[in-house]
Design a protein. Structure first.
Lengths: 319, 399, 330
């Protein structure tokens, strides 16, 4: 065979098999991001959340009226069932004290976001620490470790066994009525959820071959936990964090609804607004509708994003 | 002196039960008294079916599971009794290649990080640059492209991942590499690449392997000495060729006869011993010889006395009371409902050698056993065949 | 006439914003009454997808089927789901790789077997139970009456596969499809199961479509062998012919890659280079070319045809087939 034909067939093969191979690899996180970008669910969720965050930032400045101004006090008589609905002046109508609902919704977004994020962070951070300690002890701590893990888990079991709202109410009862109370109460409820989740995830990873491989390489246990087990156990926790942002907002609304939220009228929060409006639901249902729909859409946004993340991070769908 | 010497190694896992407080209600005798020697520069193949304890034994050598009794001596140091602190640094000398190439690589680490981690832990290479140099050298040796360093495990094919696993072991320059089912998760055409690579590396770097596998053909191909395991113990150990030439233990014979050969001519003529019944539970092993419940040659003595591994000549060790009798053909296989022995067809020159004059317990089968005639052969042949490659055997054993 | 004729079967997976993947790319073969036909190939060659397509078990969404698959004159690919359900179990049945996950873990074996007898043969009560016990006995499960009351987890792997086989042959189907039936089992247990399958084929005249990656299994079992690569049949021949004269470089390479128990030790293996990912589209040429030592310019210009370069009935899809018998696999 002549050299020319050999060379040309090699060229032809190279041309047909040409693949775009990047020298720098794509990590799983980057993979997940790529998949998120092509997911409708993720995009819708992200748009909703972005809108909500934007609202929380600029809300107080763009609000046409102050949230506590009772400008139209003379037009609303809640005891007689006379309310003012949506009109050109007040897009969402007035509340029972004659305040502009639209402005209150805009200003309230910030508080609502704050409640959601802070209470989720409380649950996530404390829960993660508990989970890591427990998970690390259980996977690599030997007999003593398993005992420590057992003890920690019994405590979280007790926390889990209490109905979350009841737990939140008791926390609120101790700390008094304020927004901080609501955030702590909602956050505390999330602690055992995150702790259990992370520990379970770590246990599953702890049994995997690459952890065995790391052990046989003679790598220190602390390092195995931090570089091998933990990074691979985080996906479900991240997903849970997004989802629990949604539930935190709803739960905070429920607490406010029960009258445990911030009583300051100048600092509106959607949950508190909903709680106030429910008394007048018979006469003016729209008054409850605005904060309720606001909460639902926001929760939906976080849930959509969370679900999309779950899909993007799922190793079974990797491909 | 041998590089690795196991003496009476036992690994028993407690079986626990209880609602509030766990009580030990029994033991799984995963490894129950194994002694063997691995010579430097050689390959020792450990073969057996799932549940025989071969994976546990491999892990016991690395002390990834605790050794209940016995000693694992590598180059004069008993790994089984090493304190935790010294064990960590000693582990450099014992490395492992895993069955599942993807599962044994951390999916969130790139190749450089995977390979340099062990080096960093043992202080090999003064800095990352030096380590990278060494990694590049090893990558070339295992046949991976130089641009692999910053890529992640999921970006490689199965065979390449196994090469990464081998490289991870090699960078630490270990004395002994334990390969636990190194090819069973790979496609057939890739298996051969990895087997060849292991052999080349052994030749060029003077490596010592302990290969654990369920595929007798693979093990025979790469091993110098083979040990056959059944229910936590060695039933036979012999140089690779001797074992193939004349398997002495009934279990080895059955195992060998069950391995399919990709050649219809051979498949139709060779001896077949079909074991019926299943592997007894290692939590409740039978008394006496552990194989007696499935052995076609079992005698009353076999259920009472456990045979020792004894030399039958030429370093060929067997744990069977009746090696001599079976060898000489004085003992016929009882068969019955528990086994079918179909003797090899004598007219086949290239078939496996005929195994003495034992009579088939089901004569109708032996008679209809095929000749080389094509048409009749196809309808009546009784060859046992298996698909040994790719069976997820090792993983099930972990539990 | 052939019992099953598959003609130019294509299966394409698509949707969800991903690029379409053609898993099966024009596969043709036939199975005669009482014949054992092997579909052999490595992971990703489309052998399992082919079997699922024949059984109508692929999801309706995101899957496009093409070609024909005639079982006794009925095109399986065009059958309505309800007609397919009638056919499945009665005329054709499947044995899966993993016997544990193919059985319902919370239902006793007996109920699972009698269910089929009831659905397709109208047997009820005591009659169904008797027949179920008979079936278990038929596939070599000792003490069938007791086993009927047990749950899948109480049976060993080999026993579970036997139970699955009993369910598959409950209605004496004319076609049995076995997808890697022994891959999850131990060597000695595999020997038993293959023995049983062979017996069933001999005695009942059932046709068996055996899907496997193991050429050893094929050598001992199949009458006719089809080797698949990248969704196409690359070689098809009778068993003896195929093993004696592997003609396609892929088949040739596969046989050279397998360590043989009966080969002299120390003989090196001859692996096929690269991996399944090194592939070109069939439209551009031979998909195997990047891994092939024998490829020529014409292998890179359009799909090679199935021809009979060696002997009648021995077809290979190769422009430069291995014809000399003495050639070392390389």
């Amino acid at each position: 065979m002549s050299i020319v034909t050999t060379a040309s067939k090699i060229d032809r093969l190279a041309q047909l098999t040409a693949r775009t191979e990047t020298a720098s690899g794509t990590s799983l996180w980057r993979e997940a991001m790529r998949r998120m970008r092509s997911s409708k669910m993720a995009i819708i969720g992200a748009v909703i959340i972005a809108g909500f965050v934007l609202l929380a930032i600029v809300g107080p400045w763009v609000a046409p009226y102050g949230p506590a101004e009772q400008t139209w006090r003379g037009e609303v008589f809640s005891n007689r069932g006379e309310f003012v609905g949506a009109r050109a002046e007040n897009w969402f109508g007035l509340d029972h004290l004659g305040r502009d609902m639209f402005s209150r919704m805009l200003v309230g977004a910030r508080q609502t976001l704050l409640v959601g994020v802070v209470s989720m962070l409380i649950g996530l951070l404390i829960g993660a620490v508990v989970g890591i300690v427990s998970g690390a002890a259980a996977t690599l701590g030997g007999k003593a470790g398993r005992r420590i893990d057992d003890a920690i888990m019994r405590v979280t079991d007790i926390l889990l066994a209490l109905p979350s709202l009841l737990l939140a109410v008791s926390v609120a009862a101790v700390l008094g009525q304020s927004l901080t109370t609501v955030m702590i109460a909602v956050g505390v409820v999330q602690i055992p959820v995150f702790a259990r989740l992370l520990r379970g995830s770590m246990l599953a990873q702890g049994n995997s071959d690459y952890v065995l491989a790391a052990r046989s390489l003679g790598i220190r246990k602390r390092r195995i936990v931090l570089t091998q087990i933990l990074p691979n156990s985080l996906s479900p926790v991240i997903v849970q964090a997004t989802l629990s942002l949604a539930t935190a907002i709803i739960e905070a609304a429920a607490l406010s609804y029960l009258g445990l939220g911030n009583p300051d009228p100048a600092v509106p929060e959607w949950g508190v607004m909903l709680s106030a409006a429910q008394r007048f639901f018979d006469n003016e249902p729209m008054m409850s509708m605005y904060p309720a729909v606001g909460i639902i859409i926001t929760a939906l946004g976080f849930t959509l994003l969370g679900e999309a993340m779950r899909e993007a991070l799922d190793p079974k769908l990797r491909g | 002196m041998s590089l690795l010497e196991l003496d009476g190694v036992k690994v028993h896992f407690p079986v626990k039960k209880g609602i509030l407080f766990d009580r030990t209600i029994g033991h799984v005798y995963a490894v129950d008294g194994i002694s063997l020697k691995v010579e430097a520069g050689q390959t020792y193949g450990l073969v057996g079916e799932s549940g025989c304890g071969k994976t546990t034994l491999g892990r016991a050598v690395l002390r990834l599971v605790d050794v209940t009794d016995g000693s694992v001596v590598l180059d004069g140091t008993d790994v089984a009794k090493l304190p935790e602190k010294e064990l960590r640094s000693f582990r450099r000398r014992l490395q492992m290649v895993f069955q599942d190439p993807l599962g044994s690589l951390n999916p969130r680490q790139n190749i450089e990080s995977i390979l340099s981690e062990g080096m960093a832990a043992h202080g090999i290479g003064a800095n990352q640059e030096e380590r990278r140099e060494k990694i590049r050298e090893i990558l070339a040796k295992v046949g991976l492209p130089a641009n692999s360093l910053s890529r992640y495990p999921h970006e490689f094919s199965g065979g390449q991942r196994q090469r990464i696993g081998i490289a991870r072991a090699l960078v630490l320059e270990p004395d002994l590499i334990i390969c636990d089912e190194p090819v069973s998760a790979l496609d057939v055409s890739i298996q051969a690449q990895v087997i060849n690579l292991l052999e080349e590396l052994q030749e060029s770097m003077g490596l010592t392997y302990l290969v654990i596998a369920h595929d007798l053909a693979v093990v025979r191909h790469i091993s110098d000495v083979i040990g056959v395991m059944y229910l936590g113990a060695l039933v036979e150990e012999a140089p690779s060729d001797a074992l193939y030439e004349e398997p002495l233990h009934p279990y080895t014979r059955a195992l060998m006869s069950a391995v399919p050969v990709p050649d219809p001519e051979v498949e139709e003529r060779r001896e077949r011993i079909l074991l019926t019944g299943d592997l007894p539970s290692p939590a409740n092993p039978p008394a006496g010889c552990r194989f007696h419940t499935r052995c076609p040659w079992a005698q009353p003595k076999c259920s009472q006395e456990r045979p020792e591994l004894t030399d039958a000549g030429g370093g060929h060790k067997v744990a069977c009371h009746f090696t001599r009798e079976i060898r000489a053909g004085e003992l016929a296989p009882a068969g019955g409902p528990d086994a079918v022995v179909i003797p090899a067809q004598p007219e086949a020159p290239e078939a496996e050698k005929a195994e003495g004059p034992e009579k088939a317990p089901k004569p109708e089968k032996a008679e209809e056993a095929p000749k080389a005639e094509e048409a009749s052969g196809e309808s009546s042949e009784d060859s046992p065949a298996d698909s040994s490659e790719g069976s997820p055997e090792g993983s099930s054993e972990k539990e | 006439m052939a019992l099953l004729t598959v003609d130019e079967l294509t299966v394409t997976f698509g949707g969800r914003g991903r690029k379409d993947v053609r898993a099966v790319n024009g596969v043709s073969f036939s199975v005669d009454q009482g014949q054992v036909v092997g579909l052999v190939g490595e992971s990703g060659c489309g052998k399992s997808v082919t079997s699922l397509a024949l059984m109508g078990l692929l999801p309706a969404k995101g899957v496009t089927l093409g070609g024909r698959a005639d079982l006794d004159g009925t095109d399986l690919l065009k059958l309505s789901p309800s007609k397919m359900r009638d056919l499945r179990g009665r005329d054709m049945a499947m044995i899966f790789q993993d016997p544990l996950s193919s059985l319902n873990p919370v239902v006793p074996i007996g109920v699972q077997v009698t269910e089929i007898l009831q659905r397709h043969r109208g047997l009820k009560g005591e009659a169904a139970r008797k027949e179920a016990a008979h079936l278990l006995d038929r596939v070599g499960i000792p003490d069938p009456a007791r086993r009927l009351k047990e749950y899948p987890h109480q049976l060993s792997g080999g026993m579970r596969q036997r139970a699955l086989i009993a369910m598959a042959v409950a209605c004496a189907p004319r076609l049995l499809i076995a997808d890697e039936p022994t891959t999850a089992l131990d060597v000695t247990i595999q020997a038993q199961i293959l023995e049983l399958l062979k017996e069933l084929v001999d005695q009942e005249g059932t046709a068996l479509l055996m899907i496997t990656h193991d050429l050893g299994v094929v050598a001992g079992l199949c009458d006719q062998v089809n080797v698949l690569y990248a969704g196409k049949v690359v070689e098809s021949a009778g068993r003896r012919e195929l093993f004696a004269h592997p003609t396609h470089p892929y088949t040739h390479g596969l046989l050279g890659s397998i360590p043989r128990l009966d080969a002299p030790r120390g003989e090196p293996l001859h692996p096929i280079r690269g991996s399944i990912n090194d592939q070109i589209a069939w439209a551009d040429g031979c998909a195997f070319a990047p891994r092939c030592d024998r490829y020529e310019m014409e292998c890179l210009t359009g799909t090679p045809e199935l021809t009979e370069p060696r002997a009648a009935g021995h077809r290979a899809r190769c422009a430069n087939p291995v014809l000399a018998t003495t050639e070392v696999p390389a």
